[in-house]
Design a protein around this ligand. Structure first.
Ligand code: FES
Length: 165
């Protein structure tokens, strides 16, 4: 599915509901964190003590999980999320230079968002598109055999809300 990111503003009751809905799963921390991120667009700092209490973990434990997994964001993403593959097949096909070039042109570090709030660049570690390396996912749309021109065009297309066919 191709869409810009959307999220619900912080709501303590909503967060408590999300936590309670997954709390009895085996190994509930990751499903809860995914559900929180799905709901709020990131894992809000205010959700950390709620989750820690619910799972009898320390806040440091929860922070450790959030920072260990690249999928979790500690701040809201921009309207469009560009995930650039940093795994081996893509790196061997020029993925590193491709990513570094885009980050440089946008003036961002990994996980950063453009000043207009439009584009966030995140790393991802294999999209299953190794045969089409280097690959990326933009707003959920898989893209392969990227070069600078194709990547810039796709990012611009996303910024224009995918209005071009
Ligand atoms: S290594 Fe990039 S898609 Fe698999």
């Amino acid at each position: 599915m191709t869409s810009a990111t959307t999220s619900t503003p912080w709501d303590r009751e909503k967060a408590a509901e999300v936590i309670a809905a997954h709390q009895n799963l085996e190994g509930p921390a990751l499903p809860i964190l995914h559900a929180l991120q799905e709901t709020f667009g990131h894992v809000p700092e205010d959700a950390v003590p709620l989750l820690a209490d619910a799972l009898n973990l320390s806040r440091a434990d929860v922070h450790g999980i959030v920072s260990f997994y690249h999928d979790f964001r500690e701040a809201p993403a921009g309207r469009h999320v560009v995930k650039l593959c940093r795994a081996e097949a893509c790196q061997s096909m020029g993925g590193h230079a491709l990513a570094e070039g885009l980050l440089r042109r946008l003036g961002l570090d990994w996980g950063g968002t453009t000043g207009d709030g439009q584009v966030t660049i995140e790393p991802v570690y294999c999209l299953g598109l190794c045969a089409c390396a280097p690959a990326a996912l933009i707003d959920g749309r898989p893209l392969g055999r990227l070069n600078r021109e194709r990547l810039d065009a796709a990012v611009n297309e996303a910024r224009n809300d995918w209005s071009t066919p």
